[in-house]
Structures are given as structure tokens and as C-alpha cells.
Design a protein. Structure first.
Length: 248
């Protein structure tokens, strides 16, 4: 039976697969947060298991772990994995999405500062897919690398391919909320400026008090009507090409 590790990466639709797809597949057991209570399931050789863990190779976020094949190999050995699923995103687009995520987490830096402070960590991820493929080949592990744009533009075909790979069945595309996947962030310069201002204001005691009172994080505010308005008045939007130029 299949022992599949969905190893991310971050910002490649992992939450969509974890929330909207894997739990709806038949003939598999889906495990999102692994703990000791799941060990009997993993030892049952008659059951196919999908374990989804974006941190299986490390964390690409600031001040955390660089990409690590050793970390991934340790997870593979521990969980008796025989298949690995990777969703791969174009590198510069991926870095831009990571930057936006850090704004969601109340960082105040510009794109330039984000890249400057995290360049070494980010670059360790650039060749991650090739390193994972080589490792899986050496260990005799089946691997599926699915382009992120395929998951975005051809949802049903992509989900069919994943279902076939993990050994699941029975999903109906009409039962899946595809809007949960389509949560693209806004990259307008006015939006970024507002994010940075709000994060700066919230990084003090008064800001925390206001945040608790209104019960809305900057992300929720900006992804609503305010964000739509800021998008419209932005002189331009950040794009993957901006990241490429800064990383040269």
C-alpha cells in the first residue's frame, strides 16, 4: 500500500489540498498533523496513507530553516514513505508569495529588505526539487512533481493526477471548493504600503489593544474591500520580475 508524503512546498496550494482535496478521497487515510496517535494507522499495511507536511524539507520563512534533504530523508525513513508528492512553483513567483506571507505575519520590511535579509535561505530552495528527485531516485522512491501553474489552470486534470498517484478515488470536482485555492494575494504598491503601515502600528501595545478590539488582522482588512480599493489606485503591482532583478 502507498505511504505518500506530500512535502509541500509552502505557498504552492498545500492548504487547499489539505482542506479541500485529501480529506475527500476514498481508500486512503489522510494525516495532516502527525502525532503518536497516528502510529497504529501507519503500521497497518493494508491502508494507504497520505501525510501532508509543508515543513518536511524545512521552512523557507525568515529566521527559520534552510532547505534540507537530510530533514526530508529523516521523515521518509521514520514514516516508511514509498512515494513523495511535490508541488513546484516558479522560483521568483514563489519568493514574491513568501514575501507577501511575511507581511501577513506583521513584518514591516520592503521587498528589497526581505530579499537582502533572506537571500541565502531562499537560494537553498532554488534547486530543491532536483535534489529531492535525485534523493528519491537513489532510495527507489516514486516521486510526482506537479507544476503549481497546472494546479491553478487545470484543476480537475491536476487533481485527477494526484488522486491516481496517491491511490485515492471517488472525489467529485463539484464537491471541492476551488475558490479556496484561488486566494492569490494582492501585490499593488499601495497595498504593500498600507500593510507595512498597519504592521508598524500594530507592533506596539496600543496597536495590539486596537487589534483585539476590532478583531481584524491587517490581512483580513486588506483582502476585503479596502484591498480592492488599494489595488485600483496602485501605480503598479509587484511582479516576479521585480524579484529576479533584486536577486541578480
Amino acid at each position: 500500500m502507498s505511504r505518500v508524503l506530500h512535502a509541500g512546498f509552502h505557498k504552492t496550494g498545500s492548504s487547499f489540498l489539505q482542506n479541500e482535496f485529501f480529506p475527500k478521497l476514498e481508500n486512503i487515510v489522510f494525516v495532516r498533523k502527525l502525532h503518536l496517535g497516528h502510529l497504529p494507522i501507519l503500521k497497518n499495511e493494508e491502508m494507504s496513507v497520505v501525510i501532508s507536511n509543508e515543513a518536511a524539507c524545512g521552512y523557507p520563512y525568515p529566521y527559520t530553516q534552510e532547505f534540507s534533504t537530510e530533514r526530508l530523508e529523516s521523515n521518509i525513513n521514520l514514516l516508511a514513505i514509498n512515494k513523495v508528492l511535490i508541488i513546484e512553483r516558479e522560483f521568483y513567483s514563489w519568493v514574491l508569495s513568501l514575501y507577501y506571507q511575511t507581511l501577513n505575519e506583521k513584518h514591516t520590511w520592503s521587498l528589497e529588505d526581505f530579499i537582502s535579509n533572506n537571500r541565502i535561505n531562499l537560494m537553498t530552495w532554488r534547486a530543491a526539487t532536483k535534489e529531492i528527485e535525485d534523493m528519491c531516485k537513489n532510495k527507489g522512491i516514486d516521486i510526482l512533481v506537479l507544476p503549481h501553474h497546472y494546479l491553478v489552470t487545470q484543476q480537475e486534470a491536476a487533481l485527477d493526477r494526484i488522486s491516481e498517484f496517491v491511490g485515492g478515488s471517488g472525489f467529485d470536482i463539484e464537491d471541492i471548493n476551488l475558490e479556496k485555492r484561488n486566494n492569490a494575494s494582492r501585490y499593488g504598491q499601495s497595498t504593500i504600503a498600507m500593510y507595512r503601515f498597519m504592521n508598524f502600528a500594530l507592533n506596539n501595545m496600543l496597536g495590539h489593544a486596537i487589534e483585539r478590539m476590532v478583531k481584524k488582522l491587517p490581512r483580513r482588512l486588506i483582502n476585503d474591500r479596502l484591498g480592492i480599493f488599494l489595488d485600483k489606485i496602485s501605480p503598479r503591482k509587484l511582479v516576479a520580475e521585480d524579484v529576479r532583478k533584486l536577486m541578480q
